[in-house]
Write a protein that binds this ligand. Structure first.
Ligand SMILES: *Cc1c(COP(=O)(O)O)cnc(C)c1O
Length: 393
């Protein structure tokens, strides 16, 4: 949980400014707020950092996923191509906007590929919700091309790859809209929070309007405006934005430390012939939160992850994880929902129970991930390396 490792006075100062002189609400109250606008400041800095025209902050990464679908016009009956290896939020977002998730295989990049996406396109495909999974990028050039060729909207979920880039261009800026999360477990945390970025003026206009009940956000006359559209409430509070802003200003430092620590570990592990690494389309743009590697078989990966954990090396074995891989998504397979959703009313609903994704099962079965930390000391890194000697040597 990198961001929380270096919580300090900066986060407290930002929050205290809001509590002392500001207003908890992110809009209006121009006179009372004494010039304190944390969500707006965060949006400006976040957009600039990414080289994006617009940013809009929201209450969570899940809200960002939902908002991005709404803002580009994905809704009832549309198909959205999604990966089977992702935190489940993007899938829920697709279901909850009335659309239908259609799964495409991931490869060793741990992301969907242009080929796997193209293989599941149908006349109903409206968008691809691409997840740049566990700390690095998909083969984005090829995916952009395939979306263009088929006239499909590309949405990037970069919640797990904040600060990542491909050939110098930030992840989240390749498609029509990019989504981020600042929940407690993410690189930059606001406690809870999320963001979308886009270069498209219309998408941005719909996004900020939709995320706040259709308010126009013109002038200090909240409630008196015409309402353009029915919306909802995905607003972030000034308190969360304040924490996120302080954390975000530490992002480059976090990335620098994570990249250095990851390099030490990766270089050390190169001596083990049984390990292969996740291919990175651009190694320099890796956001470095996780070191991912494969073992030759599912059994070996499972036992190595368990042995590392037993010796105190924090690792993830996603294959058996309830929230990040489709294998254990029984609620989706059995369509257990709180209330009826659009995908149940299709002439031919998707059958997720019998859906086969052999490539993804093989790859995720052999995957082990080591969580990188900002504050790991050289001595601690050596201890981790020694543990690998013991487990793999
Ligand atoms: C964490 C995460 C989300 C959801 O973010 P929340 O802020 O927890 O709602 C969405 N997508 C991915 C890939 C994530 O990892």
């Amino acid at each position: 949980m990198p961001g929380t490792e270096i919580f300090g006075k900066e986060e407290k100062e930002q929050v205290m400014e809001v509590l002392d002189k500001g207003v908890l609400f992110r809009y209006n109250h121009d006179k009372e707020r004494n010039g304190i606008w944390k969500a707006k400041d965060f949006e400006k800095e976040f957009a600039e950092y990414h080289g994006a025209k617009h940013c809009h902050m929201v209450a969570s990464g899940t809200a960002a996923d939902c908002l991005s679908l709404a803002a580009v016009g994905v809704g009832a009956g549309d198909e959205v191509i999604v990966p089977p290896f992702t935190f489940i939020a993007p899938i829920e977002a697709v279901v909850n906007c009335g659309a239908v998730p259609v799964f495409a295989e991931v490869d060793e990049t741990l992301c969907m590929t242009a080929e796997s996406i193209e293989a599941v396109i149908t006349p109903k495909t409206k968008a691809v919700l691409l997840v740049h999974m566990v700390g690095a990028m998909a083969q984005i050039d090829e995916i952009v091309e395939v979306c263009k060729k088929h006239n499909i909207i590309l949405i990037e979920d970069a919640a797990q790859s904040l600060g990542g880039s491909y050939k110098g261009k930030m992840l989240g800026t390749f498609g029509k809209i990019g989504c981020f999360s600042f929940d407690f477990f993410k690189l930059v945390t606001a406690g809870e929070g999320g963001a979308i970025i886009t270069n498209d003026d219309d998408v941005y206009e719909t996004a900020h309007t939709y995320s706040d009940h259709g308010h126009s956000h013109q002038g200090d006359n909240r409630g008196a405006e015409e309402h353009a559209i029915l919306g909802t409430n995905y607003r972030i509070s000034e308190l969360h934005a304040a924490v996120g802003l302080a954390q975000f200003r530490k992002l480059d430092y976090m990335l620098e430390r994570l990249r250095a620590n990851k390099k030490v570990l990766k270089d050390y592990l190169k001596k083990f012939p049984q390990i292969t690494f996740r291919p990175l389309p651009d190694e320099d743009g890796d956001s470095a939160t996780v070191l991912n590697f494969f073992l030759p078989t599912q059994k070996e990966a499972e036992s190595v992850a368990a042995a590392l954990a037993a010796d105190g090396v924090a690792s993830a074995y996603w294959y058996n994880n309830n929230y990040h891989f489709i294998k254990n998504w029984d609620h989706l397979k059995e369509c257990r929902v709180a209330a009826p959703v659009g995908m149940q009313f299709l002439d031919k609903p998707q059958d997720y129970k019998t859906l086969e994704l052999p490539q993804s099962y093989d790859i995720i079965g052999r995957l082990v991930s080591i969580n990188m930390k900002i504050t790991t000391s050289p001595e601690e890194l050596q201890t981790i390396c020694k543990t690998f000697d013991k487990v793999l040597g």
